[in-house]
Design a protein around this ligand. Sequence first.
Ligand code: EPZ
Length: 421
Amino acid sequence: MDKIVIEGGYPLRGDIRISGAKNSAIKLMAVPLLTDKAVTLTNMPDLRDTRSMAGLLEYLGVEVDRPKPDVMTLHAPKLSRTDAPYDLVRKMRASFNVLGPLLARAGEAKVSLPGGCAIGARPVDLHLKSLEALGAKIELDQGYVHASAKGGLRGAEIVFPFVSVGATEHTMLAAVLADGTTTMLNAAREPEIVDLAECLNAMGAKITGAGRSEVTIEGVASLSGVKHSVVPDRIEAGTYALAAATAGGAVRLTHVRHDHLGSLWPLIAQAGARVSLDKDSVLIERGTGRPRPVDVDTQAYPGFPTDLQAQFMALMCLAEGVSIIRENIFENRFMHCPELIRMGADITVRGREAIVRGVPEFIAAPVMATDLRASASLINAGLAARGETHISRVYHLDRGFEHIEVKLGQCGARVTRQKDD
Ligand code: EPZ
């Protein structure tokens, strides 16, 4: 197993090109299940999660071709099977989202329940209720969802009791080919949902309102092929912006949609770093003074993203004063705290709140990555730390950050990947 070793204390200086968004790419990869025409995705990140999803699609009979590192062509003239086994789904929860498209295309599917994960229980009840509302018959048996809709899915009004990114996307994927009109109320508004709707609309779908709370999907009989560019990864961009704010220096992020991080920039500026927004780039500069404390509450988009909570906490660990970080989306997303504490941070977790009392510096220590974004916070802490930080279990990091050591290395960071003992 690999580990990442960081010799900390060097400010970051340089440019970082932001990749396509993992959380959009893996949903877009389910789109070819809905058509017998080819779907080409450009600006595709090459990640462990996109590879896992490609593995599942190949199992289902989709032809997957990667003519260039950032291009993927997916083509399913016909499907060879309609089941997604536990071993493939457990590697990545989002692969559960093949259920809706398989139902829409083949009228039946058997997909493993994804199960919980490190950051919380993460049920899929809203997904299943939506599919039932669209006319699917759902049965749960031995950890699998057996779904059928022999006469096809039909449009329905779906009111989500709370906002769910996955359920919004899944419902959209299932409803595009349904008979009649589907309305989603209290839908999630994340940029990745807009990206999915734009791809589907370019194929002939009729989706209006994506990015707003009310989304309407007028079912169509079939979808054509498409060439679609994956939206830039706002979480990768936010992570590197926070890396610069934590370690100091001046980093320009390129190929970024800074309007997708409207909740982050004012908080980074409040913490004392300078943020300059340009057309599709952002410059983050931080001098030698300590950051100022800033309280943060995670919320669904356009609020502050839960996927940047851990990285923002790493910055706040060095602030001159106390900050309160509240996690509202997942019930167990503070697993980075004990690891940051090993590096000298002073954090108390009380339920959904973390009280962070700033310390003057991080001191390097061996630490363990527990989930994808927690790993990123340890990287940012390691960049600022005195000494050599060893981060083990980096496979979490490889799920969602493309060439992280190369991108940081280009900015003067001393980051290497080594074999763990
Ligand atoms: C997506 O997860 C992202 N994953 C997450 O990123 C992200 O943190 C999250 O949205 C919130 O922004 C992908 O896009 C692959 P939800 P998702 O459905 O869709 C509860 C990362 O690090 N819920 O909006 O699973 C759920 O347990 C990952 O890249 C139900 O109770 O999130 C959570 O508490 C981590 N029943 C809340 O809703 C359901 O049926 C929001 O979850 C569905 C969700």
